[in-house]
Design a protein. Sequence first.
Length: 132
Amino acid sequence: GLLMLGAVGAAYEIMQGGTNTSAKAVVQDEGNFVLAKMRYALGSASSINVPTADTLIVTRYGSPSAHLTLDGDAVTMSDDGGSTFHTLTTSNVTVADLKFKFIPASGGAPEGVIATTTINGLDFVLTAYVRN
């Protein structure tokens, strides 16, 4: 009886560990997706604007501007100049923070941005520069 109880307890712990690992993988996937969308928006940037700490506007060559912002507990993006926004994160995660810091052009280096977001307590950071 005692041996069986120990085996059931061990199996439960293993299953819980698998659940925690799966949850962390979901958060990592969501964070990586948000960073990939930011890289996509910045890939054809001609200029960057950070009107508020949680909003990034990317003026792009040959395409409407891209807008990224925090809407409640989700990251949203517009790819059509700010008319239509789509949620980048799912209801499986909560975005606690999204911040953009403008890096001005200096000494021949182009302007850029540092983007940080916190998703389910995990921090994600991206630094990108405008390529001329």
